[in-house]
Ligand binder design. Structure first.
Ligand code: 3SL
Length: 241
């Protein structure tokens, strides 16, 4: 298995030749998707465009859908949810489809949607993702960090590093053998440095600080946890996990 990490969707090569692509947006899109599916959502459907989301979800009965929209960290007016994983309780999402559009996370997923296998990862389902890779043994794996509007983000890269670190241990190989690019070595180093204080790292991250200004402390606490979910969101049709 060869693993490559891309710090932003913009850095992903235009021709996707990965067997498996994994989108990461710890704060908070992929954490929310994992949580919604774990709470019994029928599926998660992602959109970059808010109007397209409204138009598509209009075809669903109101009791069968939830519209989640986030821009700049805040909920889009008129939507049911913003992008807080904590809103995704079984009472609110079970049996419903989550139609979601966020600033960066949905873009990362769309960037790699043509890969044969597309997964969504966060810290909360890190080990489940690693187990999926071990079970399926794809030859080429790409992890795509969402970043923030084209820039590097600490929290997504540390999550990519957490996946690579655990994968390397399970495969019992050298990091050089696993790494398809230098970013893998950098991400694993970042994870090793911060693995016991991931919440602190999220507090240092610029998007973490943005969310703290929006009073989202509980979201940071939740998203900083590792391996609390066994859910592996897998794209089953274009844009639907
Ligand atoms: O950028 C995104 O996709 C979001 O996850 C950002 S936020 O955490 O909802 O502000």
């Amino acid at each position: 298995m060869k693993l490559s990490i891309f710090h932003t969707p913009e850095l992903v090569p235009t021709k996707t030749d990965a067997d498996c692509a994994i989108a990461v947006d710890v704060l908070r899109a992929t954490s929310t998707m994992v949580t919604a599916l774990g709470a019994g959502a029928e599926a998660v459907q992602v959109f970059s465009d808010l109007d397209k989301l409204l138009e598509t979800s209009d075809r669903w009965a109101p009791e069968k859908r939830i519209r989640a929209g986030e821009r700049g960290g805040a909920m889009v007016e008129g939507f049911d949810f913003g992008n807080s994983p904590l809103a995704c309780t079984p009472e609110r999402v079970a049996g419903r489809r989550l139609f979601i559009s966020t600033t960066n996370g949905t873009r990362a997923l769309q960037q790699v949607e043509s890969a044969p296998i597309v997964l969504a990862a966060a810290l909360i389902n890190r080990q489940a993702i690693v187990q999926h890779l071990l079970d399926h043994q794809p030859e080429t794996v790409w992890i795509v960090a969402s970043g923030w509007e084209g820039s590097f983000s600490l929290e997504d890269t540390v999550c990519a590093g957490a996946i690579a670190h655990s994968l390397q241990a399970a495969l019992n190989c050298s990091l050089d053998k696993l790494a398809g690019n230098d970013e893998v070595i950098g991400a694993v180093s970042l994870y090793r440095q911060w693995q016991d204080s991931l919440l602190d790292l999220l507090h240092h991250a610029s998007h973490g600080q943005r969310l703290l200004r929006l009073e989202c402390h509980d979201d940071l606490n939740y998203c900083a946890q590792t391996d609390t979910s066994t859910v592996v969101p897998i794209q089953r049709e274009l844009g639907v996990l």
